[in-house]
Design a protein around this ligand. Structure first.
Ligand SMILES: [Zn+2]
Length: 104
């Protein structure tokens, strides 16, 4: 179920000026805050604004994406230099090197 972000048109209430709420895709958008009843507007969902993220973008953002190729076999489509392109269950040396991605 996607999460939608709404913003109060006037002053915010106890839930803040902006709040997030889970709604089914076919549920109508809220026009009033479910908490205080004041008018709200739905912000454009970020997921639908962004173009699909490519594997190389994921890689540069520090994510590892694994695509299942076979039972227990995953292709690391974001493999860094020196990383195994194929990850196999039970072979820790083929795991993505998460320590290299997590930095700050
Ligand atoms: Zn409210």
């Amino acid at each position: 179920m996607p999460v939608y972000e709404y913003e109060h048109i006037g002053e915010g209430c106890a839930r803040g000026k902006r709040f997030e709420i889970y709604q089914g895709i076919d549920e109508p958008r809220l026009e009033k805050c479910p908490f205080c009843g004041e008018p709200v507007e739905r912000l454009i969902p970020r997921v639908y604004v962004n173009t699909p993220i490519t594997d190389s973008e994921l890689k540069s953002m520090g994510f590892a994406k694994l695509v299942r190729r076979d039972e227990g076999v995953y292709e690391n489509v974001t493999a860094l230099d020196g990383e195994s392109k194929v990850m196999e269950a039970g072979k820790p040396e083929t795991m993505p090197d998460l320590k290299r991605r997590i930095r700050d």
